[in-house]
Write a protein that binds this ligand. Sequence first.
Ligand code: HEM
Length: 326
Amino acid sequence: MTSDVRPDEDGAVTPPGRRRPPGDRVALRGDLRSALPDAGAAVVVTVLVFALLWARMESGASDTVAVMPFMDDAGTYWMYLLSQAFGWSGLLWAWGTVTLGLLLSGPRPARLPVSRQVLERWHRTTSLTTMALMFAHALMFAAELVRYETKVDWAERLWVAFADSFVPGWYDSGTGRIAIPLGQGALYLAIPLGLLFYVRHRIGANTWRRLHRLVIVVYVLSVWHTLLYGTNVWYGEWPRTVLWLLQLPVALLLLLRLLRPARRAERLGSVGGGTARPGWWLRVAGRVAVAAVVVGLVVVVVSGRDGGRDRPTHPPATAPHAQETD
Ligand code: HEM
């Protein structure tokens, strides 16, 4: 999830045979070092969310417990709560890094509070942190499954927890049959699409740029996974509406980025002007689809019809996750 535009790639054509100076290659190790303060902030946010989820469970206000009553014990299910907390910090960081990326690749704002180079560095470091948070979220879910599956031997406990969490199609219970592969898709796409930046001098800047654009799919899958599976946004109440609302700036920035891209070569231009007709229509369709998403988001937020379930008056007999057979 790194920047789409580098200063020397911004529409300028590198003459054939001219190599970019090696100093221009941003080393992964350097970015990992720069990501430390950012990762520290992410840990603090995760701990705060964890404390909130714990307190809600203790006070009886937890939506997770409303969906899965057997979980009413924060001390036992702390790894599940930590997984949820990493999920939320991961989604927040994904939101931030996608926003930064769209700011860099869309129309240039007249004034920026910091330089472009600083924005680019933030985009790279937040994207590295996002990948780590997504992974920690899935890992803590796996750890909870290991703790939970006491009836089988250790090898099977480890295998089942790993397969349920990381093997697409393995998890076979309730909403998770769809929601878990969506999350896995986001995780497995985020890692190569984010890290390809560090080998772009090998694969070519154009190939990297084309592949990097797909990173928006990672974000869409993450939000979809959360809306489908997050028990804290399960019911059609304000937390779910806020989650939808937060997608509005991202969709608007994406629309602006498509309508007025920073790179001149990506502008739509007139039909037939440089782009083959089918390609031109495809690009128009993409812009129309994103505009429709913006309208759809406004409708969802204003109407409050956000796909949330009604809160039952009695605890449900089944739960959406693995433990539902409990
Ligand atoms: C291997 C991939 C993944 C697995 C196995 C996984 C697993 C889960 C599970 C089991 C839940 C339900 C927790 C609950 O009861 O609320 C969940 C919720 C969630 N996941 Fe994932 N997930 C994965 C990927 C992702 C990714 C890439 C993101 C994006 C950052 C993400 C963000 C979230 C969020 C924000 C929630 C809501 C938690 C809550 O309601 O408190 N997940 N995930």
